[in-house]
Design a protein around this ligand. Sequence first.
Ligand code: ADQ
Length: 477
Amino acid sequence: MGWLEHRMVVISNRLPITIEETKEGPALEASSGGLVTALRPLLNDCEGVWVGWTGTDASPAVEALLEEHSRKSNFVLKPVFMCPEERSRFYIGFSNEILWPLFHDLQSRCNFDPTYWDTYLTVNRRFADAAAIETHSDDVVWVHDYHLMSVGASLRQLGVNERLTYFHHIPFPSPDIFEKLPWRTEILKALLDFDVLGFQTLRDRRNFVACLRKFVKHAEAREYGEHLIVDSPRRTTFVGAFPIGIDYEEFAHGASDHEVAARADEIVNSLNGCRVILGVDRLDYTKGIPERLAAYRHLLEFHPERRQRVVLIEVVVPSREDIPKYLELKTQIERQVSEINGQYGEPGWVPIHYIHRSLDRPELLAYYSAAHIALVTPLKDGMNLVAKEYCAARVHDDGVLILSEFAGSAFQLNRGALLVNPYDTRAVAEAIETACDMPPAEQRTRIRKLKARIRHENIFHWRDSFWGCGELIAQTS
Ligand code: ADQ
């Protein structure tokens, strides 16, 4: 029996919906962010349960909304709730003040507060409790991301013997960085309680195995086809690299819609023939937005002939706004934008158009279609779906992708994108120069290469290769 035929129990920190307080009471909205964008198209094909936090306190109104939503969909949403202290220590603390910066190689941003760890374990156990009630024999449990690395271990303690799998959406650091984590061995051992571990890239998988070698006794890795098998005293774990993709057809098809095309024309026409450079990001310091703005400023300063001929549209979706560091980043970006606009702007020409809100899909596609150049320059990123979405939306086979060499997607997209070091302000400015002058024939060759790869290694390919790896368990047991 293939894994597609099994019922799925998906576990992620957040449910794929958010709950907004309206005048009429709480209302459901789709969540944004890479994990949800990636997983949503997969759920139409299978049935199951999704366990996650709603982002709110428990209330009968919230539970009723979730029940109503579950009745209309093939996925039942099961909420997990946290008290304010747990939220602060598990989510803001351990997940976002320790794991997020450390795993993105930004260790100086970490706050290794020892009280966070106990709460991380408590909340992981709570997710496991909720999932264990929902898990039937023969289900496949699919845990997502760094907030929940210990859920597999908790499920085993609760006696769950079904197939437990985990996908890690963010980078996995090298031992030199990972060793700073005071709970490094506990985390690695907990991950070995899963049957399948998926990473975004071979680099992440290599780092994980190097960390195991350094910090866990009695864990031996060996090759098994294109994957690795790690034998540890309690079990055998398959470990693979599965670069996450997008629903290519949905983006390509959506971008061909005539209303989207009309909106894209409207955007371009409003900018007086300027070359449109686009950045689209969650508001996060790993996305390299201040560094990108510095590179754009460098371009305007040292290539004055570009002034009034280019425009940067920076679209930032609000994220983690209750964390002070994110608010500081927002202020910093706003200051940079206003300084650049103040210094170089002229009547009729604003160098940077800054949009700080979530866009619906047609609007996002219109921006992708309008942009001659996508500037995707994270300081480090597990994958980065924006790079792939931009290419898929280029229905006329033109446009240039400038991509950070530190994004996971650079491993797949290095043949068609202009790769840059996002810390190298001058090099990013030069890449913009190159992109502005790139002949249409070269754009076409590059974007076609990119599209072919993204179309082939799409989200369904990702799911099938991950689950295909899981199906190997039967062959080896
Ligand atoms: P994220 O860090 O959220 O995801 P990313 O992969 O770029 O990063 O996905 C962002 C998603 O949000 C994209 O689908 C994009 O379209 C959407 N988005 C961004 N700005 C938007 C806006 N203003 N309005 C509407 N939508 C917007 C994490 C990891 C990534 C990894 C994904 C999936 O950090 O490295 O690629 O998970 O595994």
